[in-house]
Design a protein around this ligand. Structure first.
Ligand SMILES: O=C(O)CCC(=O)C(=O)O
Ligand SMILES: [Fe+2]
Length: 374
């Protein structure tokens, strides 16, 4: 009867495999042992270092979208979303507790977010031996470690991550899901379920602003998936030399990110400048991924972003990626191309995703694979 939390978890052979990554040192452990060291493999070249100056004066008037208004089809809020996505590709949804709870889970949403933050903090505070039990395999991305490391001489990111596919549930590789702290699995499930609902509501609004029936985008995903990456950025004695996460755009449809309320780190590229995204209490950061860029033939752009580190406080961020089924063929939607030049060609999403994961993170270079080359 009932399952025991110490049950033996065997590998799920039905779950898809994503992409290989080379093994690299655990950054958190490296910093713990030698807090003042910054090994050469992490030091950015001169050009990138010049772009690391403090840009906090630009601190972004990133549009804030009220999800509760969106879900009632409020035209003004939809117009705001449309503008926000064209101009920024990034916005924050304020989790007005009542309104959010209408969508998710009445009375617990805020608590769910905090519980996830606390559980992740506890996981990263475990001794390395304990964390290593969930070490990512060399041929895939699920587990604890790093991704996108494809050559010995690539400049490395100042971060570690726990990467898991949460939906559909038969894609889960539970042997990589931390069993400590206790109940972490249920916490991830309840957090991800909340995020999933937010994502579905947003996709309905995106469908509308893209001139379609509200269920159109969700339908185009077939049976879509949701993955999460919990990023851990240790402190760095020389944040001017390293990056927590290299510039990239997400190969998702949309990404929903929970940041900590008191530690900055995320920056987005806007008009060729790196603009910090200041955390807003109880807000989720949402960004347009490559799939929306391709479906909209570039009308909505996936935004390049990166993470920087600091000397004082480690930072944890929780990114949830909403993606189509591997077999979905993504291509610009006819009515969004109109008389414009076609930029993207048809590509199987599973191939697109894996091709982007087999490269180092390098801005939007991975999107070239879906571009028409004539
Ligand atoms: O840590 C952040 O704020 C950004 C994380 C991110 O971009 C990602 O995981 O794809
Ligand atoms: Fe990202």
């Amino acid at each position: 009867m009932g399952s025991n939390s110490d049950e033996i978890i065997t590998e799920n052979m039905d779950a898809p495999t994503y992409a290989p990554s080379l093994p690299v040192p655990n950054v958190q452990e490296m910093v713990r042992k030698e807090p003042l060291q910054v090994p050469g493999r992490y030091i950015r070249n001169q050009e990138e270092r010049l772009q690391m100056d403090d840009m906090s004066h630009l601190s972004s008037p990133i549009p804030v979208i009220d999800l509760s208004l969106l879900s009632t089809g409020d035209v003004e809020e939809l117009n705001k979303l449309d503008l926000a996505c064209k101009e920024w590709g990034f916005f924050q949804t304020t989790l007005n507790p009542l309104n959010f709870l209408l969508v998710v889970n009445h009375g617990v949403a805020k608590e769910v977010l905090q519980t996830m933050k606390d559980a992740a903090a506890e996981f990263f505070a475990l001794p390395l031996e304990e964390r290593k039990k969930y070490k990512v395999a060399s041929n895939d991305i699920q587990g604890y470690g790093q991704a996108y490391v494809v050559s010995e001489d690539q400049i490395l990111d100042w971060s570690d991550a726990l990467m898991l596919i949460v939906y559909p549930s038969h894609y889960r590789k539970l042997n990589f899901w931390p069993r400590t702290p206790r109940g972490f699995k249920e916490i991830i499930e309840s957090f991800s379920n909340g995020v999933k609902e937010v994502g579905e509501e947003l996709l309905r609004s995106f469908s509308r602003i893209m001139g379609m029936d509200k269920d159109a985008l969700l339908g185009l995903h077939k049976q879509g998936a949701q993955g999460m990456r919990v990023n851990y950025y240790p402190t760095c004695s020389r944040p001017d030399l390293v990056l927590g996460l290299s510039p990239h755009s997400d190969s998702s449809t949309i990404t929903i990110l929970m940041q900590e309320d008191d530690t900055e780190g995320l920056q987005i590229k806007h008009n060729e400048e790196w603009v910090p995204v200041k955390p807003v209490q109880d807000a989720l950061v949402v960004n347009v991924g490559d799939v929306i860029e391709i479906w909209s033939n570039g009308k909505y752009k996936s935004v390049e972003h990166r993470a920087v580190t600091n000397q004082k406080k480690a930072r944890i961020s929780h990114a949830s990626f909403i993606i189509p089924h591997d077999d979905v063929e993504i291509e610009p939607l006819d009515h969004l191309v109109g008389s414009q030049k076609l930029i993207y060609q048809k590509v199987r999403y599973g191939d697109y995703l894996r091709s982007s994961m087999k490269r180092k993170m390098d801005g939007k270079a991975h999107t070239e694979m879906a571009k028409i080359t004539t």
